[in-house]
Design a protein around this ligand. Structure first.
Ligand SMILES: [Zn+2]
Length: 403
């Protein structure tokens, strides 16, 4: 239907009667949960989703780095906590609808056998384009996606009731993300796929214009039962089942300017569930948040993820907990907060004259942060990280020779 516009993502179609029934049951649960939301506890804790990233690679260029994976976790945390630094670009008319979804994401440190893990698996495959689950060789001749099965050249999923499995592999076509809605797929294949060139953000090499980690944000939205904001139909009377998103006829691509109108209303093309470029995706709404949280509530299809302790015990920041590298730095300074898993921090960078050259306040502390240092002149800088009543400072040397 949108042959030139479907680069963002493809949703697996539902055709089996039992899947349609399961989907209807989930929808009933969702609508009931949302209807009763006023009766729920008003103080809700942030839910931390345990994540394992499976990298399935044919050649080493597809075997993305740990840093790239960390940067993707950072994007997920910022987008689902509404900390993405782009929120002031949301048009006034939609600003009150933008939501902190109150979901955070961590790489697990326990595998299904109870063994220690860094939350990342790496599997070399002999099947090129194994991330393409629409055709061979990504599909077996009988239609099974190889990616999800160790004995077919991929890697077995970790229990999808307990882990959010993100598969990173080369999709070799225009669809850089592949999604499934809850209840529409076998538990053995219940995991989004993101193309290796579009996983992660910041200073790590991903491909413009899908280069800021929003493909994973979008696919995880599907995983938590969001459909596209245009309702996956080229019509105005088909809704996305979310009450506070406007009806929208078709997807938007690239980076439109506001306002855009279809179906007699302003379109929210800057929503994470449209098809626009990464830099133009800015928000989930409260209605979308509620649909996602319904999946995690008791009786919901993702309830098993809501009570996980697979990410270990949150730690208190200490001087040793902050790693700053490389130093001297070239174009990209990384800050790794090791095991810190709670609270927010302020990050500032000062030049040798004490002038503020970079500031990021109220960041969450989950994942590695990256500061783009390309435009700093060579010299000495002071990095100051503040959290609670404590502060850590580090001397950082910028040199163009170090790239
Ligand atoms: Zn999609």
């Amino acid at each position: 239907m949108w042959a030139q516009q479907t680069a963002r993502c493809v949703i697996q179609q539902v055709d089996k009667p039992e899947d349609l029934i399961r989907q209807a049951e989930i929808e009933l649960h969702t609508q009931n949960w949302i209807r009763n939301i006023g009766a729920q506890a008003t103080v809700r804790e942030v839910i931390t989703i345990p994540v394992v990233v499976h990298v399935i690679y044919f050649d080493e260029t597809e075997n993305i780095s740990d840093l790239q994976i960390f940067s993707q976790l950072q994007v997920l945390n910022e987008d689902f906590r509404f900390l993405n630094e782009a929120t002031d670009r949301i048009p006034q008319t939609f600003q009150d609808l933008a939501a902190d979804v109150e979901l955070e994401f961590c790489l697990v440190n326990v595998d299904p056998d109870g063994q220690a893990t860094n939350g990342i698996t790496r599997t070399q495959t002999t099947y090129e384009c194994i991330g393409n689950t629409l055709k061979e060789p990504g599909l077996t001749p009988d239609g099974t996606p190889r990616l999800y099965y160790t004995d077919l050249g991929g890697r077995d999923i970790w229990d999808s009731q307990s882990y959010l499995n993100l598969y990173v592999a080369n999709t070799c076509d225009g669809f850089i993300g592949r999604a499934k809605l809850p209840g529409t797929v076998s538990p053995n294949e219940d995991a989004p796929i993101i193309d290796n060139d579009h996983f992660g953000s910041n200073c790590t090499p991903t491909s413009f214009p899908f280069d800021l980690g929003r493909t994973a944000t979008h696919e995880v939205g599907h995983f938590f039962n969001l459909i596209h904001i245009f309702g996956d139909a080229d019509e105005c009377d088909i809704d996305d089942l979310v009450s506070d998103t406007p009806l929208q006829k078709e997807p938007y691509t690239q980076c439109p300017s506001h306002p855009q109108v279809s179906c007699n209303s302003l379109d929210m093309f800057m929503n994470f569930m449209d098809y626009v470029d990464d830099r133009c995706m800015l928000m989930f709404t409260t209605g979308q948040k509620n649909r996602m949280l319904a999946t995690l509530a008791p009786g919901g299809p993702r309830a098993g993820l809501a009570t996980s302790s697979l990410c270990g015990v949150p730690a208190v920041p200490t001087e040793d907990a902050l790693r700053v590298f490389p130093n001297p730095v070239g174009n990209c300074l990384h800050l790794d907060f090791e095991t810190i898993a709670t609270g927010t921090i302020d990050i500032r960078l000062y030049n040798a004259f004490g002038q503020l050259v970079y500031e990021r306040i109220n960041s969450n502390t989950f994942a590695l942060k990256s500061i783009d240092t390309t435009n700093l002149t060579d010299g000495v800088y002071w990095l100051v990280v503040e959290y609670g009543d404590d502060r850590i400072s580090r001397k950082v040397i910028k040199t163009g020779a170090w790239n």
